[in-house]
Write a protein that binds this ligand. Structure first.
Ligand code: ATP
Length: 303
């Protein structure tokens, strides 16, 4: 009953370091080419599992080598992959990422098999959603499927957590099905119209989310921490000070860690502290899933 179901994307991230971004018509020699596991759904499932939660993952990959390799990786992290389906026609989702020597990113993505995670596929896994304590969603799969999953979860009394990333406009109907929303500053602004820069603007954005029917709001503010607003408190909880090397998947680690800690019975502040610790460790390391720490590493960091 304390199981977390994550429904979301799987991407193979093709990363190439370049001296500068190629201009139209230019062919550039890069270095350090790597294919690494990514996708917000996969990152959050891996974070929650590595940090102690029992996790089932509902996702769609291609019938290809990289998809099989990533699925084996999820299983090695202890994730139940019985609802990771293989698409016969489409390849595994991809991201093509240039990283410039100044550390900036330029990214093109293609949903591929993620785009075929349909509402019908969600319905096939209704019992998994019904039996879980919490369902965690993001926005890298079709919105109608996100809606269907939230609808089924609500009907079965499963808590719905939405990390509304990447930023996309959402219907009031979908937002009304959400128990906890965890946007970053950009996503909070897109969904509420309030530019979020500090505690006061985060409070205003959170009030708009409450008006839309969402009980619990946690707006992540990068190095500033997280602004939390729920019926019992409104508080800005600062994160840990670390030297950031690569913030990729900081938000994904925060979400997975927060829910793992809540499902393990931590109180509100204890769970946020654990999530801040996990996310802070992840920004000191390169990559997406490769940067997500283990439970023991977070506990040692928090001592
Ligand atoms: P990303 O898209 O880079 O994965 P995000 O924009 O979804 O991240 P952020 O709001 O940047 O999410 O950060 C999420 C959490 O990660 C923060 O609440 C904090 O715990 C941690 N974090 C992010 N950046 C830093 C940093 N520079 N130093 C310490 N902790 C950080």
């Amino acid at each position: 009953m304390n199981r977390l179901v994550v429904l979301g994307s799987v991407n193979a991230d093709h990363v190439l370091r370049v001296p500068h971004f190629p201009r139209p018509g230019e062919t550039l020699t890069g270095h350090g080419y790597q294919v690494v596991p990514g996708g917000k759904g996969a990152n959050q499932a891996v974070a929650a599992a590595r940090l102690g939660a029992p996790v089932s993952f509902i996702a769609r990959i291609g019938d290809d080598a990289i998809g099989r390799q990533m699925q084996a990786g999820f299983a090695a992290d202890g994730i139940d992959v019985s609802a990771v389906e293989r698409d016969e026609a489409l390849p595994t989702g991809i991201a093509i990422i240039y990283v410039s020597d100044e550390g900036e990113n330029s990214i093109g993505i293609s949903a591929e098999a993620n785009g075929a995670l349909s509402p019908e596929m969600v319905k096939r896994h209704e019992s998994m959603i019904a039996d879980a304590h919490t369902l965690l969603l993001q926005l890298e799969v079709p919105l109608e499927s996100v809606f269907e999953a939230a609808r089924l979860a609500r009907a079965h009394g499963t808590r719905v957590v939405l990390n509304p990333a990447p930023a996309r406009p959402l219907s009031a109907e979908l937002l009304a099905l959400v128990d906890l929303i965890t946007p970053n500053q950009t996503e909070a602004e897109l969904l509420t119209g309030v530019p979020v820069t500090d505690e006061a603007s985060a409070r205003e954005a959170a009030a708009r989310f409450h008006q839309l029917g969402i009980q619990e709001v946690m707006i992540t503010l990068g190095a500033q921490g997280v602004y939390c607003s729920n019926p019992s408190q409104q508080v800005l909880i600062p994160g840990f000070r670390v030297t950031a090397v690569d913030t990729t998947a900081a938000g994904d680690t925060f979400n997975g860690a927060l829910l793992a800690a809540q499902l393990a019975g931590h109180d509100f502040h204890g769970a946020v502290r654990f999530a801040h610790g996990a996310a802070a460790l992840s920004v000191t390391r390169l990559g997406a899933q490769s940067s997500i720490p283990s439970e023991a590493e977070v506990e040692a960091f928090l001592l």
